[in-house]
Ligand binder design. Structure first.
Ligand SMILES: Nc1ncnc2c1ncn2[C@@H]1O[C@H](COP(=O)(O)OP(=O)(O)O)[C@@H](O)[C@H]1O
Ligand SMILES: [Mg+2]
Length: 304
């Protein structure tokens, strides 16, 4: 325990002892038991409130916690096909579920370089291009393809379908036709696409997603990446708050309201609370979004 945490625990213990002494003294003086109970309950509630505020001010996010599906991702990254090729992995899950972080974690774990790019609108963002001196301007994909590494094609499903078609041969043939010639795929070039959809086009929540070509999607093994509530608690470091966020999220789902409350609300909410921002303001800044008064009240009632 740190010095500050130890002092705090000691102060709580002393307050509890004081309360017990006071309760005994009231009993000895023959005070009304109902009155004693009410006084003690009130004092205990106040102590609990102080402890809660103290906990909010000192969140301790747990380090090194992995997503519940991380073991499956790592297993896939270590598997090789009958020709020695790794599977291409499509991570699909809601915003803030930890897809980008998991790809970076995998690179660290496997001691491989990490390369990534976001959605693309033309094939040169993947394959690169030759500059005026004939030198290849080499994008992330090329680096990972030639020398190995984790290549994350982040927000892949927001790409133009025509742009990613150029990728198809590279994904399944073991070689890719770059502007400066054909390059063989490195045996440790692990390709991960992160997406909010299964590649079948825009949904109510993810309106910027494109329907991708079936021949492109077929080249991936798909791994669902949902919210991991234990990871969410760990990264917020404030379980009381992240539990409240989770209750609000499930109330929103139960009520059939379209509104996303991602684990970032748990994380940033905990940060804001720790900085002393009052909880109702934190809710307004990171949870409520554009919900109107009636919807918000319904959500709070449902979550209570
Ligand atoms: N294993 C983890 N440990 C700690 N924090 C994490 C972990 N995974 C995700 N996060 C945090 O959760 C938030 C959302 O993660 P991110 O990887 O950006 O999600 P996504 O790519 O699915 O939208 C980020 O703030 C990130 O730092
Ligand atoms: Mg991401």
């Amino acid at each position: 325990m740190t010095g500050a945490a130890h002092d705090w625990a000691e102060r709580v213990r002393q307050s509890q002892q004081r309360l017990e002494r006071r309760e005994r003294a009231m009993v000895d003086r023959g005070r009304d038991p109902g009155l004693i109970r009410r006084i003690v309950d009130k004092a205990e509630a106040k102590l609990e409130q102080c402890q809660r505020v103290h906990r909010d001010r000192h969140p301790r996010p747990a380090a090194g916690v992995s997503h519940k599906s991380y073991a499956s991702l790592k297993q896939l990254a270590n598997i090789r096909g009958f020709q020695g090729e790794p599977p291409n992995i499509w991570l699909v899950g809601p915003v803030g579920s930890g897809k980008t972080s998991a790809a970076a974690q995998l690179a660290r774990d496997l001691a491989l370089p990490f390369h990534f790019n976001g959605a693309i609108d033309n094939e040169y963002k993947l394959k690169g291009f030759l500059d005026a001196q004939g030198r290849l301007i080499s994008p992330s994909f090329r680096k990972a393809y030639e020398h190995g590494g984790i290549y994350l094609f982040d927000e892949c499903d927001a790409s133009m379908p025509g742009a990613v078609l150029a990728f198809n041969a590279a994904l399944s043939n073991g070689a890719c036709d770059f502007p400066d010639g054909e390059i063989q795929r490195h045996p440790d070039c692990i390709i991960i696409a992160a997406a909010n959809t299964w590649g079948h086009g825009a949904t109510h929540d993810y309106v910027g997603r494109m329907k991708q070509d079936a021949a492109f999607l077929d080249r991936f093994v798909q791994l669902a990446w949902d919210y991991d509530e234990e990871l969410e608690h760990a990264m917020s470091g404030n379980r009381r708050w992240s539990a409240r966020v989770q209750a609000i999220r499930s109330a929103i789902a139960d009520l059939g309201i379209h509104h996303i409350v991602s684990p970032r609300a748990s994380y940033w909410g905990a940060v804001l609370l720790a900085a002393g921002v009052p909880e109702d303001q934190v809710l307004a800044m990171k949870v409520r979004g554009a919900l109107d008064d009636k919807q918000w009240q319904q959500v709070l009632d449902q979550a209570a």
